[in-house]
Design a protein around this ligand. Structure first.
Ligand code: FE
Ligand code: FE
Length: 169
C-alpha cells in the first residue's frame, strides 16, 4: 500500500481495485526475488520448492491480470512497500554467510513471512469480491490463496522434516 497519502476511497470498489494493484506489484517483485532464493538454497527440496513457487507466482500475476480484465480495469501496479521490505529481509538471508543448513532455515523463515503476507492480501480481496457479487473473480483469487497456503505448509514441512533439526545439530 502506498504511503504517500494520495489515495481516496469512496466505495468498496475503489478499495478492492487498490488492493489488487498492491498485490499486482507485490507478485511481480516476487518473480524477481524467488530465483535468487532458489539459487541461495542448499537443500534440493527447498530449491525445488522455490522453483515451483516461482512458476505459481507467475501464474498469480496473470491471474490478477484476468481479474483486472473481468472488472474492466487496466492492470496497474501500486508500489507495495511491505513486500519491498520482506524481500529486503530475504536478501539479507541470501547474502548471509555461514552454515548452509542454518542458512536454509533462514531462507524458509523469510519465505514464510512473504506467504503469510500474501495470504492476508488474497483473503481480503477474495472477501471483497464475494461482497461485490463477483463470484467468478472470488474463485480466481481463492485459487491463488490456496496455492500460497500450500506453499506455506510445504515450507513448514521442509523445516520440520529435516532442515531445522540439521540446523540445530
Ligand atoms: Fe503469490
Ligand atoms: Fe507466494
Amino acid at each position: 500500500m502506498g504511503l504517500l497519502g494520495n489515495v481516496e476511497f469512496n466505495s468498496l470498489n475503489d478499495l478492492f481495485l487498490h488492493q489488487l494493484e498492491d498485490l499486482y506489484d507485490a507478485e511481480q517483485r516476487l518473480t524477481s526475488a524467488l530465483p535468487q532464493m532458489a539459487e541461495a538454497a542448499t537443500s534440493p527440496q527447498l530449491k525445488q520448492a522455490f522453483h515451483t513457487h516461482l512458476d505459481q507466482t507467475r501464474t498469480h500475476v496473470t491471474r490478477l491480470e484476468q481479474v483486472f480484465h473481468r472488472i474492466g480495469a487496466e492492470p496497474k501496479r501500486e508500489t507495495c512497500p511491505a513486500m519491498k521490505g520482506l524481500i529486503k529481509e530475504g536478501q539479507e538471508m541470501i547474502d548471509a554467510k555461514g552454515d548452509s543448513t542454518v542458512r536454509d532455515a533462514a531462507l524458509i523463515a523469510a519465505a514464510q513471512r512473504v506467504e503469510h503476507y500474501e495470504m492476508a492480501g488474497y483473503g481480503t480481496v477474495r472477501n471483497f469480491a464475494q461482497h461485490l457479487g463477483m463470484d467468478d473473480v472470488a474463485q480466481l483469487l481463492q485459487k491463488t490463496l490456496d496455492e500460497e497456503g500450500e506453499t506455506d505448509k510445504l515450507l513448514t514441512q521442509l523445516a520440520e522434516t529435516g532442515i531445522n533439526a540439521r540446523a540445530h545439530a
